[in-house]
Design a protein around this ligand. Structure first.
Ligand code: G3P
Ligand code: MG
Length: 252
């Protein structure tokens, strides 16, 4: 396992840009995260049919836009026409699904660190991992902190590593499988990201002892965030950036 002496990332990350305060995975969400004082955001990146990297959580555009269909079957020009804000609130009408390039520029404007979650469309794991890593390396070349790449897809992270070994990687899990050590070793991960409900005290200690940092998602209860921090979790990813702000762990 690649060891990093000090975890360089902030202790609180806004989930999908602005947590629950803005339409997920949009520039407006990133602006919201920055406005509330967050220092780092997480977002979901995948490929359009023409291999443009853009932000979307699901395989389809149905839930978070006024369009319908599989992202993998639409060009980015088609996706860019869709309104990804009105489903959340009329005041975000016409907010588009941004490209990774637009997101990188907005993070630079706000001085935000980034956790790029590689969220491939089914069957496109290897290509997505490679292209996202190449684009991230290019777009964040001048950033103070490299973007942290994470994915539930082992194949995507392996492809990202092969393409750009220098970018830090974190393996993402719901439940943490018994072979987490072998998987994170094989990928040269700096961190393990898990559903916070999977992170009991013993597992946190084991992961830390293996030299990995830990990011817990999605923690929306301040008392729970406090407990995870005391257990040794390095960073929490939250929807409630209004309750768990950038300075939540300060002085703790
Ligand atoms: O990266 C942490 C978290 O975003 C993983 O779950 O489904 O919200 O992408 P999901
Ligand atoms: Mg995510």
């Amino acid at each position: 396992t690649k060891q990093i002496s000090t975890w360089p990332y902030p202790r609180v990350v806004a989930h999908r840009g602005g947590g629950s305060l803005a339409p997920e995975n949009t520039l407006a969400a990133i602006d919201t995260g920055a406005r509330l004082g967050l220092k780092m955001i997480e977002f979901d990146a995948k490929l359009a049919a023409d291999d443009v990297v853009f932000l979307l959580h699901d395989d389809t555009v149905n839930r978070t836009s006024d369009g319908r269909g599989l992202a993998a079957s639409m060009t980015y020009a088609q996706i860019a026409e869709l309104d990804a804000g009105s489903w959340y609130d009329a005041r975000f009408a016409r907010e588009p699904m941004p490209t990774l390039e637009q997101v990188a520029a907005r993070c630079a404007t706000h001085g935000l660190a980034a956790n790029i979650e590689i969220k491939p469309c089914p069957g496109r794991e290897v290509q997505t991992g490679r292209i996202v890593a190449e684009e991230a390396a290019r777009l964040w070349a001048d950033a103070a902190l490299p973007p942290l790449l994470s994915s539930f897809s082992f194949e995507a992270l392996a492809a990202a590593r092969e393409a750009v070994p220098a970018l830090p990687r974190g393996m993402l899990y719901g439940r943490v499988p018994d072979d987490w050590r072998a998987q994170t070793d094989a990928l040269g991960c700096v961190s393990l990201h898990a559903d916070h409900r999977a992170l009991d005290a013993g597992l946190v200690a084991d992961i830390k002892a293996a030299g990995l940092c830990i990011l817990a998602y999605t923690v929306n209860d301040p008392a729970r965030a406090r407990m995870l921090g005391e257990r040794g979790v390095d960073t929490i990813c939250t929807d409630r950036i209004d309750l768990i702000g950038a300075d939540f762990f300060e002085g703790a």
